[in-house]
Design a protein around this ligand. Sequence first.
Ligand code: FE2
Length: 377
Amino acid sequence: MDTSTLPKLHENAQDFMPINGTDYLELYVSNSKQAAHFYKTAFGFQSLAYAGLETGLKDRESYVVVQDKIRLVLTSPLKSGTIIGKHIDDHGDGVKVVALWVDDATYAYNTAMEKGAKSYMEPKTEEDAQGTVVRSGIHTYGETVHIFVERKDYNGTFLPGYRKWETPDFNPSSTGLKFVDHMVGNVGWNRMNEWVDFYANVLGFTQILSFDDKDISTDFTALMSKVMSNGNGRIKFPINEPAEGKKKSQVEEYLDFYEGEGIQHIAVATDDIIKTVRELKSRGIEFLKVPDTYYDVVLDRVGKIDEDLAPLKELGILVDRDDEGYLLQIFTRPVEPRPTMFFEIIQRKGAQSFGKGNFKALFEAIEREQELRGTLH
Ligand code: FE2
């Protein structure tokens, strides 16, 4: 993994849980085959691996797509009455697994369990002609889980049990997405600190940022957020909870529609956000829109940037600056029928923060969408 744009090891972190990076994200979706097609066509992922009836599975089918370091597993049930089907019935399409790449999945599991994690999957060795993988898993907020993946003795395409998925006649080009920058979870009222403590105590993460309801509020809605990061800084999990406002916040809307806590957005990094967003738009991805007046004052706020303002304004890309540099970011509309999960596209130019200066404009844009959905009341 390219670490040049990632923050350095936190000096004071007690890193009893070394994690190399995000291994894969598994989404439970109602139609994995069509979802794979969407992520390929619209987001520029490539076919990678497949498991289902043709590999001996009877109850589910998974398509794995890849773009640079990002691997998405899209899984649907093949019959009624399954755990996966229940998850989809409860939550709609959403992220079930945030898999973490470790050197020792047994050590990671045993350590997490000693420190109070709830088991999802005991360490299990899986094997095929390309070698062995050890996986284990623990629960996090809602029905979301972390799976530890140890793949140092494996040379196969993805995981044992999957076969290579090749689609020589249909491989849309990349849109420049490189790696998962951060993943945000929405948790219930007064639950943020509980999950902050979980990531600190069970996984050895440190809190790198905190936003209270004064930082993150508009005239109508508010939320609070704390950002947890692992020792090498490659995993960053902001955790949001709702705060009191005059109207229902986006976090409450999410909790209502997801029917519980879960992943709110996946932020993916690019080295050229203008090119990436132009490409994504041309393929049908819809983004949140801030008013044009945002651009009247943005440079007064963030100072000089390398990019011309015109394409940023045309595409709706937001800019923010912190002590270390600046960042460019934009948010998609939800990518499933329920107003739940969405994507962020982010390009960091030194800044290691999350766009605090954009929160107000952004949340007002979300409120306009909530208004259209009839959920801002
Ligand atoms: Fe974000």
